[in-house]
Design a protein around this ligand. Structure first.
Ligand SMILES: [Zn+2]
Length: 324
């Protein structure tokens, strides 16, 4: 059920606020006090928000949750809590329905009840803090405490695979200092980029001499090549990818992945300081532009929806890169 509300939903990439849920039963169905994110033992935390009287919660939400809980039973990687986030039908969506649903779906996880101040207030506190759009609703919080998923539905098989895969970018131990996260990207756009290893500065006429018309349009005029226009998208041979303008090596082939976006995609740059990050609000979108930190060539954009949870997707123009 969708909440009749025009506010933007979700707080993706933001620090996860306290759940604000005061009524809980534990995994065995007994009432407990003072539960919340701090008490959840998992590396990743998944909060499933539902209402007992919401048909979609039972048709799609709970079945997905059951799969997720089964996949990580006994694992410290993920912990799950279900919260009845009530914003309508306050009589039917009552506290005593928690145990009934816990039993019905055989879910050995804590269940919370969050009706806020009830009908007189705005309903669920959690929903307001996380800006949920309704129920069912899935929230995934990464080990750093950042909300990395916040939406009505979830591709549970994909999420399970992502959380189980020991891939670069998944911080199972302390994150490598060289592994850039979305939070790190945000910090660089705010606070500025580190000094490059060297600089190459030419004027427009000099760049025109060196580059093809398409290379010039993309790299020096912030153009975008046509999607699926380059064979580089499906190239996965070992090697390095360099800036077409200055030859600086920017990416290693080991971080390249098949994104289906139509542009060559990477999870990480070769090293810090090679790629620079800038706020880009052009074309009515809020994005992060990436440039070569040596020569300021426009490369493409970086997004927070990489193949790994909390990982990055560098969406690059193939004409801005040369494969060595
Ligand atoms: Zn360059």
């Amino acid at each position: 059920m969708q909440q009749s509300d025009t506010q933007p939903t979700g707080i993706i990439n933001q620090p996860a606020p306290d759940l604000g849920v005061t009524q809980w039963i534990n995994a065995a169905g007994e009432p407990i006090q003072g539960y919340g994110l701090d008490q959840m033992p998992g590396f990743y935390k998944v909060i499933f928000c539902y209402q007992d009287a919401c048909p979609g919660c039972h048709i799609t939400g709970f079945p997905a949750l059951v799969k997720l809980v089964k996949a990580f039973q006994g694992s410290p990687l993920v912990s799950v809590a279900a919260v009845q986030t009530v914003f309508e039908d306050f009589e039917a969506n009552s506290f005593d329905r928690l145990a009934a649903n816990q039993l019905k779906y055989a879910l050995p996880v804590p269940f919370g009840h969050d009706a806020g101040q009830g009908r007189e207030g705005a309903g669920s506190v959690l929903m307001q803090r996380y800006r949920n759009g309704g129920t069912p609703w899935f929230i995934v919080i990464d080990p750093e405490g950042t909300v990395i998923y916040n939406h009505f539905s979830i591709d549970v098989e994909k999420l399970i695979a992502q959380l189980k895969r020991p891939a670069p970018g998944v911080p199972r131990q302390a994150p490598d200092a060289n592994t850039l996260t979305w939070r790190g990207v945000m910090a660089l756009t705010r606070e500025g980029n580190p000094s490059p290893p060297r600089r190459l500065e030419l004027d427009a006429a000099q760049w025109r001499e060196r580059l093809t018309a398409e290379q010039f349009r993309v790299t020096r005029q912030k153009g975008t090549e046509r999607a699926h226009s380059s064979a580089m998208c499906s190239l996965f041979e070992p090697g390095r990818y360099s800036c077409v303008c200055c030859g600086t090596e920017l990416f290693d082939a080991s971080s390249k992945f098949a994104s289906k976006s139509g542009w060559p995609s990477f999870t990480q740059a070769l090293a810090p300081g090679l790629v620079a990050y800038h706020d880009d609000s052009s074309h009515g979108m809020t994005r992060v532009e990436t440039t070569c930190n040596v020569c300021d060539a426009h490369l493409g954009h970086v997004f927070s929806d990489g193949p790994d949870p909390s990982g990055l997707r560098y969406c690059m123009n193939a004409v801005a890169l040369v494969k060595a």
